[in-house]
Design a protein around this ligand. Sequence first.
Ligand code: F6P
Length: 327
Amino acid sequence: MTTNIKRIGVMTSGGDAPGMNACIRAVVRTAAFHQIECYGIMRGYQGMIENEIIKLESKDVANIIQRGGTILKTSRSEMFMTKEGRQIAADNLKNFGIDGLVVIGGDGSFRGAQVFYDEHKIPGIGIPGTIDKDLAGTDFTIGYDTAINTVVQAIDKIRDTADSHNRMFFVEVMGRDAGFIALSSGISVGAEAVLIPETKTYIDELIANIESGYKRKKLCHIIVVAEGDEEGGAVQIAEKVKAKFNHIETRVSVLGHMQRGGSPSCNDRLLASRLGHAAVDALIDGKLNYMVGIINDKIAFTPLAKANKQQPQINEELLRLVEVLSA
Ligand code: F6P
């Protein structure tokens, strides 16, 4: 089936992620290629409600592929969660003649797109854009690769200090309820331990491992803590551990929003370009209300309603790597 879509809207929603601009560029240019008009909706669903909608042409997305953040800006809209808010948003889109949406964001943004379709019949295609990589239906999300590289660079620098002062560092990384950022970056920086929400954290075991490390003349330790760990963030976990190691200087570093910024990596630019292109093709082909993702390096579609937070699917092999290689 092919649709008669003539005018589409593109928006970024939820937390920004590096590569969103590359994706916007791909959407706008693919639309132009097919003679479909493209409009940018500013500040996600909030801009849709406040009628902040601008025409985007090919030239408007020149020189943005390398930029972090999102030129369309983003937000988490409370108002869109109300029926009244969605009604105003739908009226605005209809005034512009927008008959299809490309929503770049996370599962909350996709839920919004599905409800919007159910109520107003304006179809959407979701594109996974979040550093957390916590969505079902895709192996990667836009922004994840850049974020883990940012984390690796930051922790490499922290290790210089840890090594010079023989210190123990607890480094907290983002990921909301997921440990993907912590696990990948932790392995890549040679962390002594990685604590993630998907596996139970045993503080006694951690203490025993650190002790055994010191006995083997390991003089500095880097413990990577996912912000969603059930034992708390890096500050709380450091408190629980450091009392046992009075003779060792301990520091905490919370990396924070630097993980969301910066120029996207090559992998993120490539992923964003492929997904942006596939999303517009899908709208044209009448594949409506799906998230477009990547599985085994191939474009894959998942109904929006199923593109929700990924169940704990941490790779056991990676967990084992931390255990073996940190010895
Ligand atoms: O979802 C991306 C993310 O950066 C999470 O890793 C983090 O928990 C959250 O957003 C932070 O949100 P905010 O920018 O609203 O503080």
